[in-house]
Design a protein around this ligand. Structure first.
Ligand code: ACO
Length: 369
């Protein structure tokens, strides 16, 4: 009789290190994030385009070009018009729009993605609002164009700075689900457009990039600080997860929440109305207390999505635009990981353990009619 050792199963690939990377390092115990050799807190001083360049260079791309917001091909625009007429969700429109981008090689694909996603996202938001699309302005950077293409107005420098901080803050974050998706697709030898289209699908989920909309809805549902405890207790008792809290890697406060919280505070202060900001801070503090009660020792802390919601709301973006805006920033990391994966060339192909029925080894001959 032969004995077979069963392979161990790591549900959710928790704790598995699948590759070495020069792109980012997430220290979940110390609450630190390093992106392409720079501390997160220092990245905010760079433009989003600079951070894309840092990531691509770290991925081994020689003389990386600066990506620019690029006009949409006619086919992409026609598709977005059709999607808007059917009122499709912005993340679905972004996924479909990204899939229409074409490029001859990896470098032009990466440039088309980083320069194309902000234009697709803003154009679609504008179409949904019933306005005609605008062409990106060559004198504006990606953050400024993202605001201009949506509102049609000259973007306010403080808004541009706040959106730039957001985009640089979310540019890369280790082997998160959407980045891993992009790397798996690239590892098969497929193209970057396919990889990023798949990544957009992964980002959409509420356990990943889809959380900020529901996080803001939760703050508005609570409405006033004295209701926070009862509403949050009800949600937890009903088995709901509090959006914007908890993280697979961070066991302390997500450092991105710190950077985005400070940016949101500046934005709301300069607008002269801190009511939503103050409410969100109070909701956060009650949520953290109740989560500790709910799962003692699990160390469920505020994640990036809570302050994403607040900052993007302060910029006047509709809730449905939050996750597409996340995709605009994360495109920096996705494309850099595609380059890094391409250089490795190793197919990503884990195993599974079969627990289904085993057919009999000896087939019983069936009588023929
Ligand atoms: N609210 C309530 N309970 C929670 C929360 C939360 N936000 N997060 C985790 N828990 C509970 C889980 O129900 C689980 O309890 P159980 O052991 O009784 O089932 C326990 O804490 C451990 O949670 P896990 O699911 O093991 O944590 P995991 O690492 O798989 O999940 C995740 C991380 C998905 C982010 C989770 O914390 C969550 O769902 N948060 C809310 C959604 C969210 O904010 N997503 C954005 C994440 S940031 C990003 O992706 C960019």
């Amino acid at each position: 009789m032969t004995t077979q050792t069963k392979p161990s199963v790591n549900e959710g690939l928790e704790g598995i290190v699948a590759a070495e990377t020069r792109l980012s390092h997430v220290d979940g115990e110390r609450g630190e994030l390093i992106v392409a050799g720079h501390r997160l807190e220092d990245l905010a001083q760079h433009s989003f385009e600079d951070v894309v360049g840092l990531l691509w260079t770290a991925a081994g791309v020689e003389s990386a070009v600066t990506p620019r917001a690029s006009p949409l091909p006619p086919g992409t625009l026609a598709l977005l018009r059709d999607a808007a007429s059917r009122r499709l969700a912005p993340m679905d429109a972004l996924r479909m729009g990204a899939g229409t981008l074409v490029a001859d090689d990896d470098r032009s694909a990466a440039a088309a993605i980083v320069g194309g996603l902000p234009v697709i996202a803003a154009t679609y938001a504008r179409l949904l609002a019933g306005h005609e699309p605008l062409a990106p302005r060559p004198d504006l950077g990606i953050a400024a164009n993202a605001l201009y293409l949506f509102t049609g107005n000259e973007p306010h420098p403080e808004h541009v700075q706040a959106l730039n901080i957001y985009l640089t803050t979310v540019a890369d974050h280790g082997f998160n689900a959407s980045t891993f998706t992009a790397r798996v697709i690239t590892s098969t030898g497929s193209d970057f457009i396919s990889a990023v289209t798949g990544a957009i699908g992964a980002l959409k989920g509420p356990l990943h990039g889809g959380a900020p909309g529901p996080a803001l809805d939760m703050v508005f549902e609570i409405g006033s600080p004295e209701r926070a405890e009862s509403v949050l207790r009800q949600k937890l008792a009903a088995g709901e997860r509090l959006m914007g809290f908890g993280h697979r890697i961070y066991k302390v406060r997500d450092p991105r929440a710190e950077v985005l919280g400070a940016a949101a505070h500046r934005l709301f202060t300069s607008a002269g109305d801190l009511r939503v900001y103050d409410l969100a801070r109070q909701v956060e503090s009650v949520a953290l207390r109740l989560l500790e009660e709910h799962r003692p020792g699990r160390r469920l802390q505020t994640n990036v999505e809570f302050y994403t919601a607040l900052l993007l709301h302060g910029l006047g973006l509709p809730v449905a635009q939050f996750t597409p805006t996340f995709a605009v920033g994360r495109a920096a990391g996705w494309t850099a990981h595609c380059f890094e994966q391409r250089a490795r060339g190793r197919l990503i192909r884990p195993q599974s353990r079969y627990v289904g029925a085993i057919p009999s080894m000896h087939r019983v001959p069936q009588p023929t009619a």
